[in-house]
Write a protein that binds this ligand. Structure first.
Ligand SMILES: [Zn+2]
Length: 169
């Protein structure tokens, strides 16, 4: 219980330095009491009121709505990355094996991605390269936005929990 309170306090941006230095002590009971005293003080200062909590959640909800709007605007996408490759062939006397100035064949553009745990790879024609790169960029944007959504969702979910900080009546 007290551990959870300490976690909360850290999330709220308060220093855990005191808690850390005490955690090195061996007398756990003494520690427990010390925590309770300290937190009783910090609780009264830092606990959000229900109104403040609702406002904070609403603010987060608005941010999530903005993210959803951006997601709706995303065009075609695909995961992965493109790399350029240069090859050596088997043709005798080919320029790719020139002893003086070998010029290998390429670039060949290869798209690599993982989907459902399986690695996939395919070559991309030069004329499709621009489109594929655009799709890759859109996918990155998609991931950024969903990551932000998850972060905000976690904050909102945490705030909506009945506060563990409030002392029992
Ligand atoms: Zn060759």
């Amino acid at each position: 219980m007290s551990h959870r309170k300490v976690e909360w306090r850290a999330q709220a941006g308060r220093s855990r330095a005191t808690a850390r230095s005490q955690a090195s002590q061996s007398q756990e009971e003494w520690l427990e009491n010390k925590f309770e005293k300290e937190l009783a003080v910090s609780d009264s200062i830092y606990t959000l009121s229900d109104m403040e909590t609702n406002q904070a959640i609403q603010k987060i909800e608005r941010k999530i709505q903005a993210i959803k709007a951006k997601l709706l605007e995303l065009g075609p996408m695909r995961p992965g990355s493109v790399s350029a490759q240069y090859n050596v062939c088997g043709k005798p006397g080919c320029r790719c094996k020139d002893p003086q100035t070998p010029r290998r064949h390429g670039p060949y553009y290869q798209l690599n991605y993982v989907y459902q745990g399986k690695k996939k790879s395919q070559f991309i024609r030069r004329e499709n390269l621009k489109q594929v790169r655009q799709e890759l960029a859109t996918y990155k944007k998609f991931r950024q936005l969903t990551d932000q959504w998850i972060g905000l969702a976690l904050q909102a979910a945490q705030l909506s929990l009945k506060s563990p900080l409030k002392p029992s009546p």
